[in-house]
Design a protein around this ligand. Structure first.
Ligand SMILES: C[S@@+](CC[C@H](N)C(=O)[O-])C[C@H]1O[C@@H](n2cnc3c(N)ncnc32)[C@H](O)[C@@H]1O
Length: 292
């Protein structure tokens, strides 16, 4: 499929920020995941606790389970990074076709390069586009997922409408992300500070509030909404992050490498997300499954 540009009339500054951030910081994710999974993990069995990559892959397996795919399905990865989850999906299901959508051109290029040598290469396609305006026809997909990418959306309602448009009736959309829990309960000073810094450093306009998001999804037309709070399943992988940051900085120090602006932002955001994770009242990690 042809590479398509972002819808020009809907390209707010945040997309420039996101692109600048990932253009520079993506290479650092290799410290986090050898397969370039750019998300947290899911602990299914306690034996996975020290196996970070297995936990990261497990989150993709959890998404695949919830999509309830049948043979020869076409699914969308909305905000696909460099395609790690798309590659895993083709390994899990030998008939699935995955189209990854990403607004960052360098992610699409890197993803295409990684896909070239992968066994599922003929069943993967990466599209350069903003996931609020995907240049694909209505009802094109048997399923869709978004792993820690919806948080970057500048308009969650538009995002849901677009996902709804792209799905066939009965198809599922699975989102794994951090959400706000209690909009009416004020955050303490530390959480407020950490949340604001986290948003700036990771180019997140705002996190969706889980109950409002559920209502919004129903208004947009999703028939069923299932919300699972998986904080305790995700926490073990978050526990790995200070060690990864430490190893990263130590390596940089030895090699006398300078940390660029976006790398510093990434490191800050990783540490800030630990503070948010400790505030159980206001933040949590969810898997949301919506049926069209
Ligand atoms: C934290 S990464 C997660 C990547 C991937 N889902 C994974 O789990 O490995 C967030 C991704 O969302 C993409 N993204 C952010 N805003 C986007 C937008 N408006 N349209 C398409 N992709 C977007 C980013 O470029 C990035 O690849």
């Amino acid at each position: 499929m042809k590479t398509v540009n972002t819808h020009p009339a809907s390209r707010p500054d945040i997309l420039e920020d996101i692109t600048r951030f990932y253009d520079e910081a993506t290479v650092d994710y290799a410290y986090w995941s050898e397969r370039m999974n750019m998300h947290y993990g899911y602990l299914k069995h306690w034996k996975q606790f020290f196996k970070r990559e297995d936990m990261l892959e497990q989150l993709t397996r959890e998404v695949a389970d919830r999509l309830q795919l049948t043979n020869d399905n076409h699914i969308l990865d909305l905000g696909c990074g460099t395609g790690a989850s798309a590659r895993t999906m083709t390994e899990l299901d030998s008939t699935v076709h995955v189209t990854g959508v990403n607004v960052v051109a360098s992610h699409v290029e890197q993803g295409k390069a990684l896909n070239r040598t992968h066994m599922g290469r003929s069943r993967m396609n990466l599209l350069h586009a903003d996931y609020h305006h995907v240049p694909l026809p209505n009802a094109v997909a048997d399923g869709a997922f978004a792993m820690e990418s919806m948080c970057h959306s500048y308009n969650k309602n538009l995002w849901l409408q677009e996902a709804h448009r792209l799905l066939k009736p009965g198809a599922r959309l699975v989102i794994t992300d951090c959400f706000l829990r209690n909009p009416h309960k004020p955050m303490n000073k530390l959480s407020k500070w950490a949340y604001n810094r986290f948003r700036i450093n990771w180019s997140v306009p705002h996190l969706a509030e889980i109950r409002l998001f559920e209502d919004m999804a129903k208004e947009v037309g999703f028939q069923e909404v299932k919300v699972e709070d998986v904080r305790w399943r995700v926490a073990p992988s978050v526990f790995h992050s200070p060690f990864v940051v430490g190893r990263f900085l130590w390596n940089r120090l030895i090699r006398r490498k300078h940390n660029g602006e976006q790398t510093v932002k990434n490191l800050k955001a990783v540490l800030l997300s630990i503070i948010l994770g400790l505030d159980r009242r206001n933040f949590s990690y969810y898997i949301v499954t919506l049926t069209r």
